[in-house]
Design a protein around this ligand. Structure first.
Ligand code: ATP
Ligand code: MG
Length: 713
């Protein structure tokens, strides 16, 4: 069987080109249910885009009868781009590829008059003030943190199809960590819902869009009939992250039909805290017993070095989801080993990462092919600063970044003022783009890129707004200024800024489904990833399931890299701060023991001075012998009681650190300790495999075990 190593160009109209046999089987499967269950980078997204192209070119379905959905605007953009490359982007044969929300928004706009009639509605600009008001009414704090937690609970409940009156019971069943007594949260939820009905009409949040869309299709036969005549074929990417609410919409779309292709990777489930569940993916063939189910294992995205690390990260996972993982098999040519870096404090980490990025840029890697990924959006700040200081262009994705920026807010404000003027023609298409350009030129959108990091940033943001307008008018030539403003407001809420050609700063959640040549996974400290609230007192695990989701986030991060991958962490938050942090527990057993520099130094030293057998004196070549400090055949004096004590310790340690016992210390190292009886740190250092880091981590405990055995003899 022939395999391609790098992504071959995909030619329009030849949807079976550039696929491996399993991918081709999913593409060629007859109309009806298809499920692709596969790991990261195995070509799931590629498979669905090719399947759509195949169904269209073989005449099974018209392009405009296909609805492809995914979860983030960025991922939907990626789908559209890939469909365009397959010839499905022209005016005549565009496939709709949208987020669930965007698809529902469009449908609801269309069906609302039939369903609700005259009652006007608009999208909520921001849920936060409404939740704050609802909290205030029932006497709860309106402090930012508190409101944010309440909002999180409301969002979870709505995505899980839980009504206010059922919230308290459901929260208990799902063991939610609620910010207040669940009854109080339910009161806020009730208040929030009623505050959205105003004298001027209804305010709908994103979840309401989905609810109303599903209800319109479920309850109004005429709406259902029209819709089902219009769309016949459904495709869902990243299906592991579907919520019960989204599944309900999907079921309403299908209306009992089964022309559904889903692809996903349960081990990339990273939204369960919002109510998403991989069970729909995992139970797909139970629901559709006739489904074609395809599993993919070949990883076309990443080098074998990156793939090996990804397999090790997910190999340590526990639980039901972990049982579904497949070992990825790297298909690309070798690349550099992933590197690890420990820094004294976060600003130093950010500066270190900026320097490493500068080196990559110097080697010719494009800025747009580099990403810095972190656990929470607030981490972007240090990197924004370090990159700005280094003069490296970047954009923050999915964070507060873009739409919060002064120039973007000013630009939107300027466009709003334009929209309220009635002497302006009703601009659409190229006219709308010209109008936007003209408005932004007054804010600094010059024809030529200005100099100076800040000015460049501003310019890039304004340009990105123009590009976004271009994209939107291309997708919808009828879009006018009010529509554009609505779309901008929706994006600001969904936090998906447009593309600027710089280094990407994004949260791991926002990076799902995407890929870059070089990826920096930063802030990998315990308490950040895994995030602190899944850890209990003193770093013990408070919530197993949530801890596993954190591990999957790291897996998602690692598998974004095509070639270069660096993982970093800092021991303190600030310069001069207390070094109280530890590297992420997920890296235990994955990090070479010392920094690359000292590894190199040690390696040279080792080649100069080969270790010798302490029994017969001969040079030791096999690594097992080196670890034992003697030839495997030479007699050793292992103290079996000591060895048993060490093994007991290792088992407990593995449980404590939640890693496999061999990842704590190998049997060979334990055997060597049981032979050599080290009682000092120096003696322990001469046991091969006991580098500085392992001694720091385990030394005192190991020495105590040896000493107590010695005392007992
Ligand atoms: P994720 O789980 O991260 O969403 P995925 O399974 O959707 O990953 P894709 O993004 O479709 O994977 O593919 C990963 C990369 O591998 C892409 O660059 C894609 O073009 C390439 N690729 C996929 N299949 C093949 C193939 N058969 N031959 C060559 N390249 C391929
Ligand atoms: Mg994908």
């Amino acid at each position: 069987m022939m395999e391609r190593v790098s992504a071959p160009p995909t030619s329009p109209g030849r949807p079976l080109d550039g696929l491996d046999p399993e991918q081709a089987a999913a593409v060629r499967a007859p109309r009806g249910p298809v499920c692709v269950l596969a790991g990261a980078g195995t070509g799931k997204t590629r498979t669905i885009t090719h399947r759509i192209a195949h169904l269209v070119s073989a005449g099974h379905v018209r392009a405009d009868q296909v609805l492809a959905v995914t979860f983030t605007a960025r991922a939907a953009g990626e789908l559209r781009g890939r469909l365009r490359a397959l010839g499905l982007g022209g005016a005549a044969n565009t496939v709709q590829a949208r987020t669930f929300h965007a698809a529902a928004l469009r449908q609801l706009r269309y069906f609302w008059p039939q369903v609700v009639g005259e009652v006007p509605w608009r999208l909520v600009d921001g849920k936060f003030p409404i939740v704050a008001q609802a909290a205030n009414r029932v006497g709860l704090s309106t402090a930012t943190e508190s409101v944010r937690d309440l909002l999180g609970e409301i969002e979870w409940a709505k995505a899980s199809l839980i009504a206010p009156e059922d919230y308290a019971a459901a929260a208990a069943r799902h063991r939610r960590e609620t910010p207040y007594d669940p009854q109080r949260v339910a009161e806020v939820y009730t208040g929030y819902e009623s505050l959205k009905t105003t004298p001027e009409g209804m305010l709908l949040d994103f979840d309401d869009l989905l609810l109303h869309t599903a209800a319109a299709l479920e309850d109004y036969a005429a709406v259902a009939e029209e819709f089902r005549g219009r769309y016949r074929c459904f495709v869902v990417d990243e299906y592991q992250d579907v919520t019960p609410l989204q599944q309900r919409v999907l079921d309403a779309w299908l209306g009992g039909r089964d022309d559904l292709t889903v692809v996903g990777d349960a081990n990339q489930t990273i939204y369960s805290f919002t109510g998403a569940s991989p069970s729909y993916l995992l139970d797909f063939s139970r629901r559709f017993p006739d489904a074609t189910v395809v599993r993919l294992e070949r990883d076309y995205r990443s080098t074998p070095q990156v793939v090996a690390l990804a397999n090790r990260v997910i190999g340590a996972a526990h639980g039901r989801i972990a049982g579904t993982r497949l070992q990825l098999i790297g298909q690309r040519a070798d690349g550099p080993e992933p590197t690890f870096g420990e820094y004294e404090h976060e600003p130093a980490e950010a500066v270190g990462v900026a320097k490493a990025i500068a080196r990559l840029l110097g080697k010719g890697v494009a800025a747009a092919e580099i990403a810095v990924l972190y656990r929470i959006n607030a981490q972007s700040e240090a990197y924004e600063q370090a990159l700005t200081e280094a003069g490296i262009p970047y954009q923050v994705r999915g964070g507060e970044g873009f739409f919060q920026r002064a120039e973007v807010r000013q630009a939107v404000q300027a466009l709003r003022q334009n929209a309220s003027r009635d002497d302006l023609p009703d601009a659409r298409g190229p006219e709308l783009i010209t109008l936007v350009r003209a408005a932004l030129s007054r804010l600094g959108l010059t024809a030529i890129e200005p100099s100076g990091a800040q000015a460049r940033e501003r310019w890039a943001s304004l340009n990105a707004l123009v590009r976004l307008t271009e994209e939107l008018t291309e997708a919808d030539p009828e879009l006018g200024l009010p529509g554009l403003l609505r779309e901008l407001a929706a994006r600001a809420e969904a936090r998906h800024p447009p593309t600027v050609q710089g280094v990407t700063l994004a949260s791991l959640h926002a990076a799902k489904g995407l890929e870059w040549d070089a990826v920096f996974l930063v802030g990998l400290a315990d308490g950040t990833l895994p995030i602190s609230h899944v850890l209990g007192e003193g770093g013990a695990v408070a919530d197993e399931a949530a801890l596993e989701e954190e591990r999957r986030l790291l897996y998602v991060g690692v598998t974004r890299a095509r070639e270069h991958l660096r993982l970093t962490w800092a021991l303190a938050r600030n310069e001069g701060g207390r070094s109280s942090r530890r590297r992420s527990r997920f890296l235990n057993g994955l990090v070479p023991e010392d920094s690359p520099a000292s590894l190199v130094a040690r390696r040279t030293e080792r080649t100069k001075r080969l270790p010798v057998c302490r029994v017969c004196g001969r040079s030791l070549l096999a690594s097992r012998d080196t670890l034992l400090g003697r030839c495997a055949g030479c007699p050793g004096e292992v103290d079996s009681v000591l060895l048993a004590a060490l093994q007991d310790w290792r088992r407990d340690k593995a449980l404590e650190l939640e890693i496999k016992p061999f990842a704590v210390l190998s049997v060979n190292i334990l055997t060597a300790i049981a032979e050599q009886w080290p009682t000092t740190d120096d003696a322990l250092a001469s046991v091969p495999g006991m580098g500085q880091q392992r001694r720091d981590q385990f030394g005192p405990e190991l020495l105590a075990i040896v000493r107590s055995r010695m005392a007992a003899r």
